[in-house]
Design a protein around this ligand. Sequence first.
Ligand SMILES: Cc1ncc(COP(=O)(O)O)c(C=O)c1O
Length: 455
Amino acid sequence: MPEPPHRRRAHARSSDLERYAGLFAARTQVMRSSAMRDLMAVTARPEVISLAGGLPDTSTFPPQTFAAQMTRIAQESAAEALQYGPTEGFRETVDCIVEVMGAEGMLPDPEDVIVTTGGQQAIDLICKTLVDPGDAVICEAPTYPGAIPVFCSYEADTIQVECDTEGMRIDELEAVLERLDGEGRRPKFVYSVPTFQNPAGVTMSLERRRRLVELARSRELLVVEDNPYGLLRFDGEAMPPLYQLDGGDFVVYVGTFSKILSPGIRLGWAVAPPPVMDKVVLGKQAADLCTSTLTQYFVREYFRDGNWREYVESLAGIYRSRRDAMVDALRRHFPPQATWTEPDGGLFIWATLPPYIDTSDLLAKALREDVAFVPGQAAYVDGSGHNSMRLNFSAGDEEEIREGIRRIGKVIGEQIELYGALTGERSAAFQPKQGADESESENVVPFRKAGEGSA
Ligand SMILES: Cc1ncc(COP(=O)(O)O)c(C=O)c1O
């Protein structure tokens, strides 16, 4: 009798793999696993404090609101909600998207919008539409770790441009573009998360936004602006999205309901000029025919009473307190050699440790202390970022955040002690800071301050 599937998987050997190897497409050679997906399996253990995921706190969404909306859908439009829908999405969903983009000052033409299965699918469809094997795609260093597996799946030549406190370095981008000109290559697009970036938490300055849009227009260069976090601002003035500055000629926009409502509904969108959109629609037809009708109905119901912004504001308030708790804990428990970003919004802090610490090794030790983070290497295509880490402050409460940072600080301290003992470097000795206060702001230097190094 054949073994049940779960037993077969457990017993899979390399000889079994060989049976299928001749069937795999060439692209599977360069496909990469998403570091966060892998980590989710480990961090599912209830005793683990996970600062690894990018999870919004869905426990803040009132269950009675969810129940009331789903009940209304069941009572008033069950048959339609359970049916297939148009590939582009329902016009009512698009109207909600236009309202969300309007809240950040954008005015897209509803005809240019497609509803997708999360922002992730929008990135995938854009690559499917534009990228042939070997094509140059430019993104930030570090970049959104979930974009790397997509670029790899389409066999892009991914080129990363350094990010500092003001976002992507446009002078470096220009140098890359000139190099590609010299090689006779036209990059397919520049991918950027300009606001409260995942993973670094930094926001592109207005001056750089203007320069990037000018570059896009003068070179007819497509820019993909991925903006899941723009409305989750805790401090400072809102920045105009690239899409607003450009008006939608050269900026393709990616948005999502995941961080302002729920990732479980898997609703995102893309906005693109008509010739690009036509191809994206064909790509989506082939991928999944249409986005979930049921969750589009849910969004339509949810937006009907106009209170969605209040919920987003309440989320921003909660995340602000959690960011403050994380920053305070970092000051107390991370060594003086560490630096980190202090974002004005979003979900993430990026910490950089002394170069002799490898955060992938450190993660194994951290997991023994029941705490997790994303090692920095997940945000680079070339193995850089080994001494950095992404820390999430939206998923857990303040107590968990403080305890999680304490535990990570402890394993970092052990690594530093070990390095000191092996090399005899006394300066490596680690003293955790008790009762750290605001004045210790010299630590709040991210990877590099804008203006340091070359202009
Ligand atoms: C920058 C960025 N883009 C896209 C996504 C994908 O989000 P979703 O597919 O849930 O819309 C995420 C999720 O964390 C993200 O941080």
